[in-house]
Design a protein around this ligand. Structure first.
Ligand code: MLT
Length: 275
């Protein structure tokens, strides 16, 4: 399904019933990355997956910013009359989640940062993104996709799952150059959102992979003390793709987080009657 927001098509899918969980994909991904999670999570929750600007079935938004992506997420929620949700964002999806938290705080019951963080790009990261943009402008996505995808995973996973990695490289190479370039600019221009975390009045989930090459371990760890109420999970052996590298554990973590957020929001009388 889709809505039209700011003249662009924003594609989404809603499955299941119960408390609302929004899952946002990261850079060079689309909502199908959650395909293995949705059937399991939707037994208990209403799962909303959204294709961010230019990825999957969504058009590129007229404005290339993380805030515009957060506004598009809000437009889908409005369309579906969803007043409150828990939002889990993978990497760039987490940047969108933080921007959503800043703009629509009262709508969030919990925020999951799945291999993500609140900091702005370092000067070095900006230079690397600019190189990527120039490379894609000249050569397209296909020659970029192989190294990009392999780099997202811990080396042992790449070695043990060659077919899966090749399929993901193929899928990645199908994204539109315009979307990848626009998302790169959006990430370059995003501002530090640390204060969003420090002033968060709902629980925050952090999933960290110690072998993550896309997000520095320094940033992943530095953020952990920022949120007043946090649930922290650090994996020794995974990289940037916990939903594929450790699917059972990360799914369980999301389920526990959903339950925790709802307990935090339950009226006192309901909480005490459960003991
Ligand atoms: C992502 O997976 O969304 C990106 O690695 C995020 C980033 O490059 O900062």
């Amino acid at each position: 399904m889709y809505i039209v927001f700011n003249t662009s098509k924003v594609a989404f899918e809603q499955v299941g019933q119960g408390p609302h969980l929004v899952l946002l994909h990261g850079f060079c991904e689309d909502s199908t990355m959650w395909a293995d999670f949705v059937p399991l999570l939707s037994k208990k929750y209403s799962i909303l997956t959204i294709d961010l600007s230019g990825f999957g079935q969504s058009d590129l938004l007229p404005v290339s910013s993380i805030a515009a992506m957060a506004d598009a997420v809000n437009a889908v929620l409005e369309h579906l009359s969803i007043r409150q949700c828990i939002l889990v964002g993978h990497s760039m999806g987490g940047y969108v989640g933080l921007s959503f938290a800043e703009r629509y705080r009262q709508k969030l019951l919990g925020l999951g940062l799945f291999h993500s963080h609140p900091y702005a790009d370092s000067p070095e990261k900006i230079v690397n993104r600019q190189k990527t943009i120039r490379f894609i402008e000249r050569h397209g996505i296909a020659p970029f996709a192989g190294q990009f995808v392999r780099n997202l995973f811990a080396p042992a996973f790449v070695k043990e799952h060659p077919v899966f990695i090749d399929e993901l490289i193929h899928k990645t190479s199908m994204h539109h150059s315009d979307a990848v370039i626009a998302a790169s600019h959006a990430m370059i221009n995003r501002e530090d959102k640390s204060t969003v975390l420090t002033t968060m009045d709902c629980p925050v989930l952090f999933i960290v992979g110690k072998q993550d090459n896309a997000i520095s371990l320094e940033n992943s760890l530095k953020q952990l003390s920022l949120a007043p109420t946090g649930s922290v999970h650090i994996f020794e052996d995974i990289g940037h793709m916990g939903m594929f590298e450790a699917p059972t554990y990360t799914l369980e973590i999301i389920v526990d987080f959903m339950d925790f957020c709802h307990e935090c929001n339950a009226p006192i009388s309901l909480l005490s009657s459960q003991h």
